[in-house]
Design a protein around this ligand. Structure first.
Ligand SMILES: [Zn+2]
Length: 272
């Protein structure tokens, strides 16, 4: 494990440590503590569920409690990485682009994109741990500051995936389904993006009645989070917030979405 980009990683692991057992993420995901981490991820998903059900509210600034609790984890010894590590970025959240300002992403009918992203990320993390991978998340809640410039600094990860939901300016759009992006500056990531697109669209076609994806392309996306990644990176737009069909499966089929993405990550790591 290197220390490059360590500050934020430590922050993310500390969030896990603070929320769960007071231990860094690696030790949770690479040992007999898998069940503990799974239950934590389940709690994260559940917490996000309750948020989904309420209207948008004004977010509070991060509490002092969070900052003071970062200290114990800093004294934890580094644990050597033994398994493939996948970095998951639930898009948006606190201080995403502006300090101390909560960024909900797209919002429709009181449903916040940031909440869906977090919820799918929790299920995805759990699914990947069950498959034998180590996982790190860029954020676990809506309070921990998580600036966009720090999100992809996992230099020792094997893959980085950023989760988002699409939207357009219109109230309701006919555009539907998954879009997966890779950086035009990282052409080698196109196959990675295609693996996620294939797996996720297949899983949704099989599991969501009425889902059909006519355009199974992957797209170049000039996104900071992709362009500056040090490892293979893809950004998944899991559906359209302003398409009512998509918004329904985004809220009701999170585990299925997570499984589809996990299938794509699995394929990428097993075939490269
Ligand atoms: Zn987004």
């Amino acid at each position: 494990m290197t220390n490059r980009g360590f500050d934020f990683k430590r922050c993310a692991r500390t969030a896990l440590a603070t929320l769960v057992l007071g231990m860094p993420l690696y030790s949770l995901s690479s040992s007999s503590d898998i069940n503990s981490q799974s239950s934590m991820l389940e709690q994260t998903a559940s917490a996000a569920t309750s948020k989904t059900q309420k209207k948008q509210t004004v977010k509070q600034k991060p509490t002092q409690k969070y900052h003071t609790q970062t200290k114990p984890a800093q004294t934890q010894p580094a644990i050597q990485k033994q398994r493939k590590l996948i970095a998951i970025d639930p898009g948006h959240g606190m201080s995403n682009s502006q300090s101390n300002v909560y960024d909900p992403g797209a919002v429709r009918d009181g449903v916040e994109e940031a909440t869906i992203n977090l919820r799918v990320a929790a299920y995805l993390g759990q699914d990947l741990i069950n498959r034998g991978y180590d996982v790190v998340l860029t954020r676990l809640d809506d309070e921990t500051p998580c600036p966009i410039t720090k999100r992809n600094k996992f230099s020792d990860a094997d893959l980085f995936v950023s989760l988002h939901c699409n939207s357009s300016k219109s109230e309701e759009t006919k555009a539907t389904g998954v879009r997966v992006f890779y950086s035009p500056k990282r052409q080698s990531d196109k196959t990675f993006a295609a693996n996620i697109e294939d797996a996720l669209s297949q899983t949704l076609t099989e599991g969501v009645q009425g889902y059909s994806e006519k355009n199974k392309a992957v797209y170049e996306g000039n996104f900071l989070v992709l362009n500056t990644s040090r490892v293979p990176a893809a950004l998944v737009e899991m559906g359209y917030m302003n398409n009512s069909f998509d918004r329904a499966y985004l809220q009701e089929a999170e585990k299925l979405i997570a499984r589809g993405i996990a299938n794509g990550l699995d394929k990428q790591l097993k075939t490269k």
